[in-house]
Write a protein that binds this ligand. Structure first.
Ligand code: NAD
Length: 497
């Protein structure tokens, strides 16, 4: 029997009491690495109660003190970056370089959380009426919840709890059951920095644990990242339960390639952003939209893609790792089959892919379809594998119209050498994150991660200034003091001891 991970509840790392565990499989071998214990309803209630009690003290710890602890945390994460990345590679199959990037992008948010004293400053207006001042206080909410997906087990938890806790909240993390070892290590390191106990509770589980957390009367805000179907459920249920909710969901990201683009740059970027991380990135480019004569480059794209191969996490020559599970692989193969049946031209077929020495891995090779139409399932659905679909457009206007008609709006990019085309694109496109000659335009954490349309449900986005708004409440004070008070106070003797 594999080791069973701990939960962190009510001041201690401890074994779960529930009967159910979830096996965490190495996706390159199917070996069970650990088991994740699914928390019981009692354990969830205990975690919420402990977080609620801890909030009473933590909210009054001065913001600079909270920030100082966060400075220690981001330093420790940097020291341990490679150790965390190795754990992450084991359970996700990501190449080591990719795993290091996953951890780093999370550390950057923890760094940003150290700015919280300045970011939580309110506003003041003196003399809004004679002798009356108005000022605002930015105050934390209470117990916040984070529900995270499998594909970034370091970065996405770190998008959430450092900002929430730096703002003075307490937090309950429910990571993906498919790769819970990395989040466990993040929580252990958090407490090694000297944070008071119970600020961050760790619950493992799936659907039932999520539903218990999002409907619990004492949780105040829910941050969710995952698929669109689950995100819509979490958003509806969370808002029905009168919580503040932000849900970052699925995507279908287009790259538009103009005939005046730098051809080599465009093709390299297209290949890396479509098959990198086995296509399991919410900002992966999954649609290539060639404008006019740029479609002549499709055979070059097929050739460049065919030179990338998947492999083990410690294989330096591997471009990417396996799909997270056999089910995820079967789903991708199903889409490749549907693409063929619906009449798309499969220029590169990765369905029959193997890696030497790892026959059980969830491998899918780079796959490219041309002659795809907007009605085909391989265009309408998020595939979440190393599958790129190519469409053609006559003009930039046509490309913009196609993207704007797509229900998702996470990311998009344009490759061109024309400033005019770039300006038109960034102004007219209905997508929340736009790259100009940049394939995966994920904003750094002093901005926010701003998906639109079906890629995001909520009002305030994760990290950056919007995270401060999401994790806090604004209180506005209007105050009047009488001049007779000043006279009385001048005559008062105050004992300062
Ligand atoms: P998922 O929706 O299956 O799981 C996400 C979380 O929800 C997990 O913690 C899981 O335990 C929980 N969950 C699963 N089924 C549930 C249910 N029926 N009810 C309640 N909770 C449930 O997503 P995933 O497969 O782990 O992640 C991949 C998806 O996440 C993709 O669609 C990807 O686009 C999306 N994603 C989006 C972003 C973004 O920023 N927009 C970032 C990363 C991933």
């Amino acid at each position: 029997m594999a080791k069973v991970l701990d939960l962190y509840i009510n001041g201690e790392f401890r074994s779960g009491h529930g009967p159910d565990t979830f096996p965490v499989l190495n996706p390159a071998t199917q070996d069970t690495i650990v088991e994740a214990p699914f928390a019981t309803a009692d354990e969830i209630n205990e975690a919420v109660e402990a977080a609620k009690t801890a909030f009473v003290e933590w909210r009054s710890v001065p913001a600079p003190e909270r920030a100082r602890l966060m400075m220690k945390y981001q330093m420790l994460l940097k020291e341990k970056q490679d150790e965390i990345a190795e754990i992450l590679s084991q359970e996700t199959g990501k190449t080591f370089a990719d795993a290091q990037g996953d951890v780093w992008r999370g550390i950057e948010v923890a760094e940003q959380a150290c700015n919280v004293p300045a970011m939580m400053m309110g506003e003041t207006s003196e003399n809004v009426a004679r002798g009356i001042d108005t000022y605002s206080l930015i105050q934390p909410l209470g117990v916040c919840v984070g529900i995270t997906p499998f594909n970034f087990p370091a970065m996405i938890p770190l998008w959430m709890f450092p900002m929430a806790i730096a703002c003075g909240n307490t937090f309950i993390l429910k990571p993906s059951e498919q790769d819970p070892m990395t989040p466990n290590r993040l929580v252990e390191l958090f407490y090694e920095c000297g944070f008071p106990e119970n600020l961050l509770q760790l619950i493992h589980g799936g659907k039932d644990q999520v539903n218990a957390l999002i409907t619990h009367p004492d949780t105040k805000a829910i941050s969710f990242v995952g698929s669109v179907a689950v995100g819509q459920h979490v958003y509806r249920t969370g808002t029905d339960s009168l919580k503040r909710v932000q849900c970052l969901t699925g995507a279908k990201n287009h790259m538009v390639i103009m005939p005046d683009a730098d051809k080599d740059q465009a093709i390299n970027s297209l290949v890396g952003s479509s098959v990198g991380a086995a296509g399991q990135r919410c900002m992966a480019i999954s649609v290539a939209l060639f404008v006019g004569s740029a479609q002549q480059w499709i055979p070059d794209v097929a050739k460049a893609m065919s030179e990338v191969r998947p492999g083990a996490w410690d294989d330096n020559g591997a471009g990417y790792g396996p799909q997270i599970s056999p089910q995820a692989k079967a789903r991708v193969l199903d889409y490749i089959e549907k693409g063929k049946q619906e009449g798309a031209n499969c220029l590169l077929d990765g369905s029959d892919c193997s890696v030497d020495g790892l026959p059980q891995g969830n491998w899918v090779g780079p796959t490219l379809f041309s002659d795809v139409t907007p009605k085909m399932t391989i265009y309408t659905d998020e595939i979440f594998g190393p599958v790129l679909v190519a469409l053609n457009a006559d003009t930039l206007e046509d490309a913009i119209s196609l993207i704007n008609a797509n229900p998702y709006g996470n990311g998009t990019s344009l490759f061109t050498s024309s400033g005019g085309a770039a300006r038109k694109f960034q102004s007219e496109i209905e997508v929340g994150q736009v790259g100009i000659n940049i394939p995966i335009p994920v904003p750094l954490p002093f901005f926010s991660f701003t998906g639109w349309k079906n890629s995001f449900y909520g009002d305030h986005h994760v990290y950056g200034k919007q995270a401060i708004r999401f994790y806090t409440e604004t209180k506005t004070i209007t105050a009047r003091w009488f001049s007779s008070d000043a006279v009385a106070s001048a005559n008062m003797t105050i004992d300062l001891k």
